[in-house]
Design a binder for this molecule. Structure first.
Ligand code: DAH
Length: 340
């Protein structure tokens, strides 16, 4: 009987097709299986369904039912296998049982951390944070600071000029002048910021670097205030047992001038201690009367002191970093060691 043969044929087709689905190694093979059995034109199940009309009426329901059953079973198997392949290939499938990825957490750059720590200590001592322009004039960068343009200090700094007498500031000292012009004493400021010099990058130089300027101006400010303030800062930053030394030096904008060195005591985990060499941490001095006069202040009435330091150098000393350039390479493996 025709319908019995057809039903047997459909059963055989189902077994064969399901095996082909299971054997399909990728999406492309799977699509081949779908076309072979369910393809609209020559699909083997489809053509049986299309031939239903030519069957004797009493045979149609049973064959039609079986053909549809095989078709549905095959569609389900194709879908399941497709999902399985997608999971295997990573595809768009998502495995919700995997642990979530940790979100990226930012951290402050070690130089920024040093700037903030240094400024926080000065804030405790009554200093305000100030800032000035990175592009400034020869007047503010040199002349107002008692540094004639033919002075070796002006030359030594090998300045980057923008136009005519406008330059990228070679130090943060011009902020001293701008603050004295804008605010009456008493003045107590620290001014961190970028400065620029025509330097070839090496382990201790980068053409752009950070400085922190400090300035105190008031009536009756003495060398004792100068020493006590900077010693207090150094001991707070480097440790209470740090020794501080003021070495005579020269800067055009201070008189007298000094370089400030510290000798740190390193505490080892076993309880023993070791002293470092003397480390230079800043230039400083009593504000030159000419500088006060250039700012319109009466040097007979006011005195003050100033200092300038490089927070990157200070961060290098603190963390034992040997090459300044590592701060600017943006290598996350280096930087994330300082993330807090
Ligand atoms: N401006 C100096 C420099 O860049 C650093 C400095 C020295 C700043 C002495 C000061 C100071 O305020 O008093 O080398």
């Amino acid at each position: 009987m025709v319908n019995v043969d057809l039903i047997q044929e459909l059963e055989d087709l189902r077994r064969e097709a399901l095996q082909a689905v299971a054997d399909a190694a990728d999406e492309r093979a799977l699509e081949g299986v779908r076309v072979t059995y369910l393809g609209r034109k020559d699909g083997r199940v489809s053509s049986i369904l299309r031939r239903l009309g030519s069957l004797p009426p009493e045979a149609r329901p049973a064959v039609g039912q079986k053909a549809n059953e095989v078709k549905r079973a095959l569609e389900e198997a194709l879908q399941a296998r497709s999902a399985e392949l997608a999971r295997r290939d990573g595809g768009t499938a998502v495995d919700l049982t995997l642990p979530a990825r940790r979100p990226w957490k930012g951290g402050l750059h070690p130089i920024t951390q040093a700037v903030d720590e240094i400024c926080a200590i000065f804030r405790d001592l009554g200093f305000t944070r100030a800032r000035g322009p990175e592009a400034d004039t020869e007047w503010y960068n040199f002349e107002a600071l008692n540094t004639p343009l033919d002075h070796p200090a002006a030359d030594e700094q090998d300045t980057l000029y923008l136009v005519d007498s406008v330059l990228l500031r070679s130090h943060t000292s011009p902020v001293q002048m701008r603050i004295m012009e804008a605010y009456p004493p008493p003045i107590r400021i620290v001014a961190p910021g970028w400065v620029y010099r025509r330097d070839t990058p090496d382990a201790t130089h980068t053409p752009a670097f950070m400085q922190i300027e400090g300035l105190v101006v008031d009536e009756g400010v003495t060398f004792v205030d100068f020493k006590a303030t900077l010693e207090t800062f150094a001991r707070r930053y480097w440790g209470a047992d740090t020794r501080v030394r003021f070495r005579p030096s020269f800067f055009p904008f201070t008189e007298p001038s000094a370089e400030v060195d510290v000798k740190r005591v390193i505490h080892r985990p076993d309880g023993s201690t070791v002293e470092t060499d003397w480390l230079e941490i800043m230039g400083a001095g009593m504000v030159d009367p000419n500088v006060l006069a250039n700012a319109g202040l009466d040097p007979e009435r006011y005195t003050g002191f100033a200092f300038g330091m490089g927070p990157a150098r200070i961060a290098m000393l603190k963390h034992g970093i040997e090459d300044l350039r590592t701060f600017f390479d943006n290598d996350v493996r280096f930087l994330e060691q300082f993330a807090t």
